[in-house]
Design a protein around this ligand. Structure first.
Ligand SMILES: NC(=O)c1ccc[n+]([C@@H]2O[C@H](COP(=O)([O-])OP(=O)(O)OC[C@H]3O[C@@H](n4cnc5c(N)ncnc54)[C@H](OP(=O)(O)O)[C@@H]3O)[C@@H](O)[C@H]2O)c1
Length: 318
């Protein structure tokens, strides 16, 4: 698996990282039921495939994703790089609550270390910059966690260039974590250029648009999904009329991959990695077979002809 340097950290990340939102199991934004056994096997298999880092967050399954990763880490002699987050708590109904206050961040950091069973978090990321007026307070608290030896480097998810610039005045921003896929290209407007020019790592999430860009979704498939899967409940990409448009795009992508003996999922991930500013794609998986299918995307470097074909398809369905 190819590796790229994460900003100025010295960390060398495999270009495909393992995303563990779905393996947290049910909560307000869960993905339906998940067996821990499958999750642990997926993590262990990802490492076998050359994936040397895992992204998680306390909120994924209200602590459960971090706990499951902790169990998997115990079985690994060579520990992968671990990236987790802070700033999202939950209530008794397993609904998210934004909190960027200093004491809450300190508490969260200790709790993540406990659940993961590690002494230090490699990359600690602010999950959402909400409320905006508290991002400096949270960042300063996160920097104190670095000084205390509990964290190595800091990152920020879902931030604008203006917010990155504010954080940089407090402590270096090693990496950002934005969404990026063929169906969501907002980062191309400003963020990727800024990060490239300022040596900030970029780890992109939902490169397969939560599974839409794998080729398996149809109207029939939606009917088989768990009714508590947040994609059905609140994601417009999985609802009419966007769902049908997305499927039309995927059908065009299927024609491209047929010529190359690859899958749509691999195309989606390799497409994100075509940008040199992108350090890595965070690829979610719930079963070993899924990560086995998507991981080879990390070594697929395709030519300009495919990039142009994809641009034309996306323009056609805009
Ligand atoms: N910082 C943030 O705010 C933020 C937000 C979103 C995500 N993230 C991170 O980024 C990671 C990746 O994003 P994501 O999980 O949203 O989306 P993704 O990587 O685009 O899609 C992952 C999902 O696609 C399905 N899938 C995976 N491989 C497949 C295959 N080979 N064939 C068919 N289906 C397959 C699985 O779900 P099903 O089998 O259920 O369809 C899997 O959970 C997350 O896990 C999380 O770590 C961060």
């Amino acid at each position: 698996m190819r590796k790229r340097k994460l900003g100025e950290s010295g960390l060398e990340l495999a270009v495909v990282g393992l995303g563990t939102w779905a393996i947290g199991g049910p909560w307000q934004y869960g993905w339906g039921p998940q067996e821990d056994k499958d999750s642990i096997e997926t993590i262990l298999h990802a490492v076998e495939l050359g994936i040397n880092w895992i992204d998680t967050a306390p909120i994924y399954g209200c602590g459960h994703s971090e706990e499951v990763i902790g169990q998997a880490l115990k079985q690994l002699r060579q520990k992968p790089i671990v990236a987790t987050k802070c700033g999202l708590l939950w209530n008794k109904k397993r609904e998210k609550i934004n909190n960027l206050t200093r004491d809450s961040i300190f508490r969260e950091c200790n709790e993540s270390l406990d659940r993961l069973g590690i002494d230090r978090i490699d990359l600690y990321q602010m999950h959402w910059p909400i409320p905006d007026e508290q991002i400096e307070q949270a960042w300063d608290a996160m920097a104190r966690c670095v000084e205390a030896g509990k964290v190595r480097f800091l990152g920020a998810c879902n931030v604008s260039v203006e917010q990155i610039q504010r954080l940089q005045k407090v402590w270096p921003v090693t990496a950002v974590q934005p969404p990026y896929s063929m169906l969501d290209r907002a980062v191309e407007n400003q963020l990727l250029d800024y990060c490239g020019q300022n040596h900030i790592g970029v780890v992109c999430y939902s490169p397969m648009q939560k599974g839409l860009l794998t080729g398996k979704f149809t109207v029939e498939y939606l009917k088989t999904m768990s009714p508590d899967d947040h994609r059905l409940l609140c994601d417009k990409d999985f609802q009419s009329p966007r769902f049908e448009k997305n499927i039309a795009i995927v059908n065009e992508l299927k024609k491209i991959v047929a010529e190359h003996g690859k899958t749509v999922a691999q195309l989606a991930v390799a497409w994100v990695l075509r940008r040199p500013e992108v350090t890595a794609a965070i690829v979610g998986a719930r079963k070993p077979k899924q990560i086995e299918q998507t991981a080879p995307a990390g070594d697929w470097v395709f030519d300009e002809k495919i990039v142009k074909q994809i641009d034309a398809i996306i323009r056609q369905y805009k």
